[in-house]
Design a protein around this ligand. Structure first.
Ligand code: PHE
Length: 329
């Protein structure tokens, strides 16, 4: 095969130019196929050596294989360069600018009622009170009877009760927990119970569902002075050291004496809750000897406390689920 060496030289020169000009790895693969693929020019030379005489066949075969090796080396080198460039480009395109301002995901926070409820509970647990829980659907006994509400007494109406079919009620106050927690428990003990209560009532300061917290303390020497001291400390913890409270004589079937409790806020007296010394009959109803033990109890609205603290004008703002309201706290 005359001129085989020159032919291969030309192929090599052509390949060198084409490979150097390849702009992508894909273009490079196509160029490589043009020389080394099945129908490529080097492959064609190699296929043709079968027709040559012995000595020439060996020489041309060897030369073709050398050319093949050189082209492979050129392709490999170019591929490496192109891949490096690809990577550079990817890095450049996906560059992360760490100096850009970040995106702060919006953060939720507690509802004002939950917020103040936690503050209230923390105050009492720190004073050694435990936290009790009770159901919202309650028996007549735990909500009324055990608390010394006489049968058919208008006091039951006073609380705008929701009656549940089957004789139960939606609890009208957290005082149901007095009966539940005191029954079968040997004094001394003290506990608080926060929770939802229900009354058939709706205006700017009343809502059919609201939250109360109940506090109970029973021991051998518990007096009204302990009640007063506890309430003063509680009010000052929540509203500041100069806060005043006052008592107004009142009636509850389950306390004797009883008082309504006002808090001095913004130059006015606002109704805050009810309190008193636990009625001996209530202690008896729970199996506690009233000759030996006395106790005080009080209860107040948690939502009401939040409204006073943050000057919220209407209780419905707390429960209408508008995040624009919640965001203000
Ligand atoms: N349960 C009473 C109410 O809801 C408040 C209260 C609690 C009064 C404990 C005295 C003692 O109005």
């Amino acid at each position: 095969m005359p001129g085989a060496a020159e032919h291969l030289d030309r192929i090599l020169a052509e390949a060198r130019g084409a490979i150097a000009g390849a702009e992508s790895t894909q273009a490079l693969a196509e160029i490589r196929a043009g020389f080394l693929g099945k129908k490529g020019s080097v492959s064609t030379v190699l296929r043709g050596i079968g027709d040559l005489a012995g000595a020439e066949r060996a020489a041309v075969g060897k030369a073709a294989n050398v050319t093949k090796g050189e082209i492979e080396a050129l392709v490999a080198k170019r591929r490496e360069a192109l891949e490096g460039a690809d990577q550079e480009r990817v890095l450049a395109e996906h560059r992360l600018d760490v100096t850009l301002p970040g995106f702060a995901p919006p953060r939720g926070h507690l509802h004002p009622t939950s917020h103040i409820e936690r503050e209230m509970c923390a105050f009492f647990t720190q004073m050694g009170y435990s936290i009790e829980d009770g159901p919202e659907v309650e028996t007549d006994w735990n909500n009324f009877g055990g608390l010394n509400f006489p049968e058919d007494h208008p006091a039951r109406d006073m609380q705008d009760t929701f009656f549940v079919p089957g004789g139960n009620v939606l609890r009208t106050h957290t005082s149901n927990v007095q009966i539940r927690a005191m029954t079968g428990q040997e004094p001394p003990f003290r506990f608080v119970c926060p929770g939802r209560v229900y009354r058939h009532d709706l205006d700017g300061t009343h809502y059919p569902m609201f939250h109360q917290i109940e506090a109970v303390c029973v021991d051998e020497q518990t007096t009204f002075a302990d009640l007063k001291g506890t309430l003063f400390a509680f009010a000052r913890h929540l509203f500041g050291e100069s806060t005043d409270i006052r008592f107004r004589a009142h009636f509850f079937p389950f306390t004797e004496p009883s008082a309504e409790l006002d808090i001095g806020w913004g130059g006015r007296w606002l109704e805050w809750g009810g309190c008193g010394m636990i009625h001996p009959r209530v202690l008896l109803n729970c199996g506690i000897d009233p000759e030996r033990y006395q106790g005080f109890a009080f209860g107040m609205g948690i939502d009401r406390t939040a409204m006073i603290r943050w000057d919220i004008p209407n209780i419905q703002l707390l429960f209408d689920g508008d995040v624009r309201t919640a965001e203000q706290f």
